[in-house]
Design a protein around this ligand. Structure first.
Ligand SMILES: [Zn+2]
Length: 467
């Protein structure tokens, strides 16, 4: 029994078609958590698809109802060994965003894997069915090569509501803090920094959404009779937005920005190149905060987007001054931002710029920002293990540019959090034509087999170091 053998056996599971068969079955479950009618299928995914695999690996499994009424269920599983050196908690989500079936490229379907060269298309291949399937496959093969003995305990929480904003995840973890107690958190979601570079990230930026709106009158008014006399809410709103962020994507409200990028984060980011992949969009060199590198802009800084902006009726414009305008805005922010007061900062800024007619409202879409110290022994262990499996130094991201409910694990459960993502930036997650890459997936299987193997060999030592 050897590490090499475990990696080879994990790869064989992919190369002989078993991995595709398993993932294809999982993709076929229409686990669209944003659709209120999908409750039974969310349960079925856990009960019919995940539980049998875990039970065959010696896990005991239970489906736990969401503490919030009517929300998606969770799967808790654990595999405990006598004399275990440590306990790892892992996580995944079995739900997906809506299929948008009609918008996929001709010949593709969200609900079955379609292979096209290096790409496997299907909803959830990247986010997150492919990723937790990689991890469970690697663990299963390591377990087989080690004769059923890992030397550490494994706990799993799988949620079915991540794409619905993870309702109840924090509550269920708080309620079951003891059952979920562990020494380290190791899971996979989101993209690598680029398809070809294995990545370890330690937290995520947060999300903060807000609406800006003007409701000036009860209805529209003829532009010939009233144009030049009545405020146009669309024009007012356009200028209000322009006061928050300039024409080159620079945020103009100091209260919405972090004070600085810490040196340790800057140092890690020097090694990070974002974009540049064959199907990545081209980065706009003059967009965002001036003076920062692209990696600093997307990982170490905050961003503000307008996701949607309407006034009048875009589908059928009429010669009238619209009575309302609304913009749905969205921020990603890093640790160290004054997020508790973002709304106040926006309101004060708009007032100071004469926009007292613009209403600012939180949309209650929120995720906290988190970041594990890059000097943690767990980080050194993870970096070394991945390098050993791939032969090259992985990217270390202090936090992901995107957002995950990582505060649940880092704060509610108090764990050092390691994330090893398996998709890549242009995977079209959340869009039509979502896919994973064959070569990246094969490498990811080896990365995870290596991590699960090395934890068996080195878990006791890291525990001493981390103490
Ligand atoms: Zn997602």
């Amino acid at each position: 029994m050897s590490r090499t053998q475990a990696l080879a056996q994990t790869l064989a599971y992919f190369d002989d078609g078993r991995f595709q068969k398993t993932l294809d079955r999982r993709v076929a479950y229409k686990t669209e958590s944003q659709d209120a009618a999908s409750g039974p299928i969310l349960h079925a995914y856990l009960r019919e698809e995940i539980t049998p695999q875990l039970e065959s690996m010696g896990f005991s499994c239970r489906i736990v109802d969401n503490p919030l009424p009517g929300k998606s269920p969770f799967l808790f599983a654990e595999r405990m060994e006598p004399g275990a050196s440590c306990t790892v908690l892992t996580y995944g989500h079995g739900d997906v965003v809506r299929g948008y079936d009609a918008q996929w490229r001709e010949g593709l379907s969200p609900w079955k894997i379609v292979v096209d060269g290096n790409r496997w298309y299907g909803r959830g291949t990247a986010d997150n069915k492919g990723q937790h399937t990689i991890n469970l496959t690697a663990l299963e093969q390591v377990l087989a090569v080690r004769g059923g003995r890992l030397g550490y305990n494994v706990k799993i929480i799988l949620e079915m509501g991540e794409e619905d904003g993870s309702p109840g995840l924090n509550e269920v973890c708080a309620l079951h803090r003891e059952a979920l107690a562990a020494d380290v958190f190791l899971a996979s979601d989101g993209p690598r920094v680029s398809a070809s570079r294995a990545t370890l990230f330690l937290g995520s930026r947060g999300v903060f959404n807000f609406d800006l709106s003007l409701n000036l009158r009860d209805g529209g008014h003829h532009s010939g009779n009233w144009g030049g006399l009545l405020r146009n809410p669309g024009i007012r709103l356009a200028h209000a937005i322009a006061s928050l962020i300039d024409a080159h994507g620079r945020i103009l409200v100091p209260g919405l920005l972090p004070k600085e990028i810490p040196e340790s984060v800057k140092k890690a980011l020097q090694d990070i190149e974002v974009g540049g992949g064959a199907s990545d969009p081209e980065i706009d060199p003059h967009w965002g905060e001036p003076g920062l590198t692209p990696a600093e802009r997307v990982i170490g800084w905050n961003s503000l987007e307008v996701l949607a902006f309407t006034t009048g009726n875009p589908a059928m414009p009429v010669h009238a001054i619209p009575h309302t305008a609304r913009a749905h805005c969205h921020m990603r922010f890093v640790v160290g931002s004054d997020v508790a007061h973002f709304l106040d900062h926006i309101r004060q800024h708009l007032l100071a710029h004469g926009f007292d007619d613009v209403e600012v409202r939180s949309t209650n879409v929120y995720m906290a920002a988190t970041r594990l110290d890059p000097d943690s022994p767990w980080v050194r262990w993870g970096m070394a293990s991945i390098e050993r499996s791939t032969g090259s130094r992985p990217a270390l991201l202090p936090n992901l540019g995107g957002s995950l409910p990582n505060d649940v694990f880092a704060e509610t459960l108090g764990l050092p959090t390691l994330w090893v993502p398996h998709s890549y930036p242009a995977c079209s997650q959340h869009a039509p034509n979502e896919h994973i890459l064959v070569d990246t997936t094969r490498e990811s299987l080896q990365v995870m087999a290596g991590l699960f193997w090395d934890l068996a060999e080195q878990g006791a030592d890291i525990m001493k170091e981390a103490a």
